[in-house]
Design a protein around this ligand. Structure first.
Ligand code: C2O
Length: 552
């Protein structure tokens, strides 16, 4: 294992897409940002220098950050933001993880332009548990906004709702030929016939789960959220914001007389206006003949387009999700907690009420604007960092350690809007002793309409032991849990009008954010945090904060 140094200069850069040029916040002037590459066991020292007017912080999404919560990145959770002219070195070691993850800004909506891939190779000499690929390619999905996303978010917060619709989806920053004024901005993957390629798919879009497919090619899923899975073949991938999926693409044995589009389009079940447009890239077989250019059969090439599921095709989404299983073998065991110390039940949903910024509010019927909540608490970020408040013993007035505060009055979560769901805002944490084994059931509510929410937990991987539609039934559903080879990941979809059950071991001391990775829902308050206390042994304690940790 080695130490790898990176420098991230946060600066403005003019970028043109869809014939709109605008100045965006970038890392090192690149959009998408630079790739971080490391091996399992390596230490990373990433110096982030802020040259722009916005405050910034960077999150290393999916990296466990064992004992190094100070390097996790969410603003006002584990650190104060890096202010203009200041810098901070993110310092962490990659323990027991390999695969594809990504990094992104974790403040306001800056992650719309500030993001990039993290590729963690296995330790030297350790092979993949699948065919060695001829080549590896990160494919990172994003969104392009002709408007300034910071203006879009402030509108979404002030008026409730607001245009959370971007102007295009992108593949590696490029919208592709199906958008106006965009054909020249198309991602092209050049391949040779008869080879295996590892595509590292990352959904860095702000607000949409995506279906993805490559025309006339089958994809073999081998990894999700940097965890190996039992390989399976599929035509279509479903990938949520915050998720990563590695697939093997086997190219056709001979040069085909065709080029193939790869496309992605959203999967949405909620209310509102959504961008149902399609991003496309091109899979192009390299023609190896030495014939003069004019003789090449390129002009005759056919163009094949994949067929993607419809916008609200929950059946296709469920079919894909239910195939995901951990590898769960001797080399890569699934350490599913078999006994549970603490059970939690969280309702996850949108409601309409005025408490996003006001102290008191009435629940959904006295509505003036949107909010979102976990167990009827719309989480408010403090003005200092939660982790610092905890570490220095000065939590008074910053957070209260009493989440979930009140017993949830059960209602028909997936039925008609109930009248007992008053939402308050608050900054409340769940406190867990070190090594607590946790089971958490997250139930989507239909207060404003059922919707699939990709919930992301910082600092941990969890096992998805159960999922279903309708209301969770504590008497019959747990008997159906998969405690043998459930998928292990850091971001899971709470199904639209359904529930999901996860288990994890709280073996990482610190304050860990959990939120919907649809950025507009996070902003409306669909977020909360866990505080895991130190254990007794030295390697069970949060390390002291680094000297350059930013101040608020
Ligand atoms: Cu990828 Cu809290 O985020």
């Amino acid at each position: 294992a080695i130490t790898r140094h990176y420098k991230f200069e946060i600066k403005l850069q003019n970028v043109t897409r869809l014939c709109h040029t605008k100045s965006i916040v970038t890392v090192n002037g690149q959009f998408p940002g630079p790739r971080i590459i490391a091996r399992e066991g390596d230490r990373l020292l990433i110096k982030v220098v802020n040259h722009v007017q916005n405050n910034i912080s960077i999150h290393w999404h999916g990296i466990r950050q064992l004992q190094t919560g100070w390097a996790d990145g969410p603003a006002y959770v584990t650190q104060c933001p890096i202010q203009t002219g200041q810098s901070y070195v993110y310092n962490y070691t990659i323990v027991g993880q390999r695969g594809t993850l990504f990094w992104h800004a974790h403040i306001s909506w800056l992650r719309s332009t500030v993001y990039g891939p993290i590729v963690i190779l296995p330790k030297r000499g350790v092979p993949y548990p699948f065919t060695k690929p001829f080549n590896e390619v990160p494919i990172i999905f994003g969104e392009w906004w002709n408007a300034d996303p910071e203006a879009v978010i402030s509108q979404a917060l002030q008026t409730g709702g607001g245009p959370n619709v971007s102007d295009a989806y992108t593949i590696n920053g490029l919208p592709g030929p199906l958008y106006n004024c965009s054909a020249k901005d198309t991602f092209k993957l050049k391949v040779k016939p008869g080879k295996t390629y590892l595509l590292r798919l990352i959904n860095a879009a702000l607000n949409d789960q995506l279906f993805f497919s490559i025309a006339n090619h089958t994809l073999k899923v081998v990894e999700a959220d940097a965890i190996y899975v039992k390989p399976f073949d599929t035509d279509t991938i479903l990938i949520s914001p915050g998720q990563t999926t590695n697939v093997l693409l086997k190219t056709k044995p001979k040069f085909p007389n065709a080029t193939f589009l790869m496309t992605a389009r959203p999967y949405v079940t909620g209310l509102g206006t959504f961008d149902n447009s399609t991003v496309a890239g091109i899979l192009e077989y390299e023609f190896l003949s030495k014939a003069p250019h004019s003789k090449l059969p390129m002009k005759k090439l056919q163009l094949f387009k994949p067929t993607l599921p419809a916008l609200n095709d929950t059946a296709s989404a469920t079919k894909f999700t239910s195939k995901l299983r951990s590898l769960a073998n001797a080399q890569f065991p699934a350490n599913v907690p078999q006994k549970v110390d603490k059970h939690f039940f969280f309702t996850i949903g949108l409601g309409t009420n005025p408490c996003q910024r006001n102290k008191t509010c009435q629940g959904p019927t006295n509505a003036t604007r949107f909010s979102a909540s976990v167990n009827n608490i719309s989480f408010a970020l403090p003005t200092t960092a939660l982790l610092q408040a905890h570490f220095s013993g000065q939590s008074n007035g910053v957070y209260s350690p009493d989440f979930p505060t009140r017993p949830l009055i059960p209602f028909n979560y997936t039925g008609n809007p109930p009248n007992n769901t008053n939402v308050n805002n608050g900054t409340k944490l769940v406190v867990l002793p070190f090594n607590t084994s946790v089971e958490l059931v997250m139930q989507d509510t239909s207060i404003l309409g059922a919707e699939s929410h990709p919930l992301h937990l910082h600092g941990f991987n969890f096992f998805v032991v159960g999922r279903g539609f309708g209301n969770f039934d504590p008497n019959s559903d747990p008997a159906k849990y998969n405690l043998v080879d459930p998928i292990e990941r850091n971001t899971v979809n709470v199904p639209s009008g359904g529930w999901v059950a996860i288990r994890f071991l709280a073996d990482n001391p610190g304050v860990w954010f959990m939120h919907c990775h649809l950025e507009v829902h996070t902003s409306w308050g669909l977020r909360m945090a866990w505080l895991v206390l130190d254990g007794k042994l030295p390697n069970q304690k949060l390390l002291p904060p680094p000297a350059d940790l930013p101040k608020c």
